[in-house]
Design a protein around this ligand. Structure first.
Ligand code: FAD
Length: 385
C-alpha cells in the first residue's frame, strides 16, 4: 500500500468493536464500510444473543472517550463500587474495588451500548450495511461475498483490507484459516451459563443494592447479578456441564427452583420468573480462543472476540476489544504500510490479550471459591486498612 492509496477500510461486524473502530477512523477522515449480518437494531430492536449487561472498566472508558461516546454511554451506566458477596446463610459483605468511588466499574446494557456506538459511527461518516453476513473471501482477488439472510441473495465487494470484528465465531477467521495457519485452538471451560432476571421492586426501585456486582459463590459454581438502569438485574448462573449440580442435572425450571432453594435461597424470591427464564433462555458455552497469528499481511486482521474470545470472569472481553480498536486505529493512522501496521498491532496486543485471558480463567476460581473464604476475607480487610 502506498501513500497515494485511498484510506479505506472494510470492517466485518457492527458489534461493540466494529462500531467503535469505525468511529475512531471515520472521525479521522477515513472511508469506512461496516458489514453486519443482523438487521439495524435502531430500527428493529436489539437482538443480541447473550450477556444482557457488561462490566465496563476504565480501560474501556478510555476508548469510549476517544470516540466521543463516553457521555452517552455513562448516561445509562450503573456504578458498581465492589462485589456484594451473598453467603449461604444469607449474610452479605460488600468488598470494595478501591478506596473510594474513583475506583469503580460500571454496568452497561449491551443493546443500548451497541445502539450508541452505531449511531456515533454513522454520525462520524461510516457506512453501515445491515443484513450482510460475510460468507466467503477470495484473498487473491480481494473479493468478499456477503449473504442477506432475508432473501438469501449474495453481494460481492472489492476490498483493500478487511478487519474481522465479527465475534467469537468469526467468519473472517474461518476464511483466513484457509489461506494461512493461524495456530488456532479453542479450550472449552467445561462450565456454561444461563441468564435470569430480577425485576424492579414493587415500588419501582431496585430490589437489592444497585451499586454492586452481586456474587453468590458456592465452590464449583456461582451466580452473579449486575444492575441495569431500568431497575432490573441480570442474573447469570454459572454451572459445570457435568456432575452435581450441573447443567446435566439441572435441566428443567423445577430443577432450577430446587437448586435455588438449596443454594441461593436469598436470591430465589427476587426472581419470580425463575422457571420460565431458565427454560426459555439459552445455555451459553464458555471457551478461550487462542491464535498465534491475527493477520494475513495487509489483507486482513482480526480483533476483539474474533482474535481472542475469553471466559467472562474478569469482565474484560469488551474492554480488551475496545483497547484493540484504539491500538489498531493508532497504528493505521501512523503508518501507511498496512501489513506493518497490522503486524505491529498484533505484536502489541497479542501478549496483553493472552495475559487477560489467563486472568479471566484465574478469576473464575477466585469468584466462585475464594470470595467467601474467611482467610481471604481477612486478607482483603487488611488490604483495605
Ligand atoms: P461481538 O460483540 O460478538 O460482535 C460481533 C458482531 O459481528 C455482531 O454484531 C455479530 O452480529 C456480527 N457478525 C457475526 N458474524 C458475522 C458475519 N459473518 N458477517 C457480518 N457480521 C457478523 N466483556 C466485558 O468487558 N465485561 C463484561 O462484563 C463481560 N461479560 C460477559 C458475559 C458473558 C456471559 C459473555 C459471553 C461475554 C462477556 N463479555 C464481557 C465479553 C464481551 O461480550 C465480548 O468480549 C465483546 O462482545 C466482544 O466484542 P466484539 O465486537 O469483538 O464481538
Amino acid at each position: 500500500m502506498n501513500n497515494a492509496a485511498p484510506k479505506h477500510l472494510t470492517i466485518i461486524g457492527a458489534g461493540l468493536a466494529g462500531a467503535l473502530l469505525a468511529t475512531l477512523l471515520a472521525r479521522r477522515g477515513w472511508q469506512v464500510d461496516v458489514y453486519e449480518k443482523r438487521g439495524d437494531p435502531r430500527q428493529q430492536g436489539y437482538q443480541g444473543g447473550r450477556s444482557i449487561n457488561l462490566a465496563l472498566a476504565e480501560r474501556g472508558r478510555h476508548a469510549l472517550r476517544l470516540a466521543g461516546a463516553d457521555d452517552a454511554v455513562m448516561a445509562q451506566a450503573v456504578m458498581m463500587r465492589g462485589r456484594m458477596v451473598h453467603f449461604l446463610d444469607g449474610r452479605t459483605d460488600l468488598q470494595r474495588y478501591g478506596r473510594d468511588d474513583s475506583e469503580v466499574i460500571w454496568s452497561v446494557h449491551r443493546g443500548e451500548l451497541n445502539l450508541i456506538l452505531l449511531q456515533i459511527a454513522e454520525d462520524a461518516g461510516a457506512q453501515l450495511h445491515f443484513h450482510r453476513g460475510l460468507h466467503s473471501v477470495d484473498f487473491e482477488r480481494r473479493l468478499a461475498v456477503f449473504h442477506d439472510d432475508r432473501d438469501g441473495s449474495s453481494h460481492e465487494i472489492v476490498f483493500d483490507s478487511l478487519v474481522g470484528a465479527d465475534g467469537a465465531g468469526s467468519a473472517l477467521r474461518g476464511a483466513m484459516k484457509q489461506a494461512a495457519d493461524l495456530g488456532e485452538r479453542t479450550e472449552f471451560l467445561g462450565h456454561s451459563y444461563k441468564e435470569l432476571e430480577i425485576p424492579p421492586a414493587a415500588d419501582g426501585g431496585f430490589s437489592i443494592e444497585p451499586n454492586a456486582l452481586h456474587i453468590w459463590p458456592r465452590g464449583r459454581y456461582m451466580c452473579i447479578a449486575l444492575p441495569n438502569d431500568e431497575r432490573t438485574f441480570t442474573v447469570t448462573l454459572f454451572l459445570p456441564n457435568e456432575g452435581e449440580p450441573s447443567f446435566a442435572s439441572v435441566r428443567s425450571g423445577a430443577d432450577a427452583r430446587a437448586l435455588f432453594e438449596r443454594d441461593f435461597a436469598d436470591a430465589l424470591p427476587l426472581i419470580p420468573q425463575l422457571e420460565e427464564d431458565f427454560e426459555r433462555n439459552p445455555t451459553g458455552l464458555l471457551a478461550t480462543l487462542y491464535l498465534d497469528r491475527w493477520h494475513l499481511d495487509d489483507r486482513a486482521v482480526l480483533l476483539g472476540d474474533a482474535a481472542h474470545a475469553m471466559v467472562p470472569f474478569h469482565g474484560q472481553g469488551m474492554n480488551c476489544a475496545f483497547e484493540d480498536c484504539v491500538a489498531l486505529a493508532e497504528r493505521l493512522l501512523a503508518d501507511d504500510d498496512r501489513a506493518r501496521a497490522f503486524a505491529e498491532f498484533q505484536a502489541r496486543r497479542l501478549p496483553s490479550a493472552r495475559a487477560i485471558q489467563a486472568m479471566a480463567l484465574e478469576n473464575y476460581l477466585e469468584m466462585r471459591d475464594r470470595v467467601d473464604d474467611d482467610d481471604y476475607l481477612l486478607q482483603r480487610a487488611l488490604e483495605r486498612e
